[in-house]
Design a protein. Sequence first.
Length: 153
Amino acid sequence: MELNTKGRYAVMALADLAKYGNGSAVPLSAVADRQQLSLAYLEQIFQRLRKAGLVDSARGRTGGYVLSRPASEIRVAEIMAAVQEETRMTRCLDGGGGCLGEERCLTHGLWHALGGHIAAFLSNVTLQEVLAGIPHEKLASKSEQPIGWLAAG
């Protein structure tokens, strides 16, 4: 799976708000500069984040955005859902059909299960944990770590 920029940028930007906001509104231009992201694209993303209730906006000279609740209460999966980022790994659409016309591809079960693991992982990681470092118990155990070329990525 390759996440598109909406999901990655949304998580990066909210992590920036959590780190540098200290409860005060942060101008989106400052987030864009620090994270080297397109301001115009961030503005589009933040419309969705505000609509989802993850951020509040403040107007005026000291305006910008602030997290609507503590970073420890915001899950990465919520951020991804707000910007309509999917964790689906298969080519199949939900609700019918297959990867190959009406049939499922030979590896459908593998990719579907992987998507489920990704969704579960993102549901269990908070924005605060992104900043502080994801706790070891939330990471795969040593026996579950990928081997060979997967470990290098």
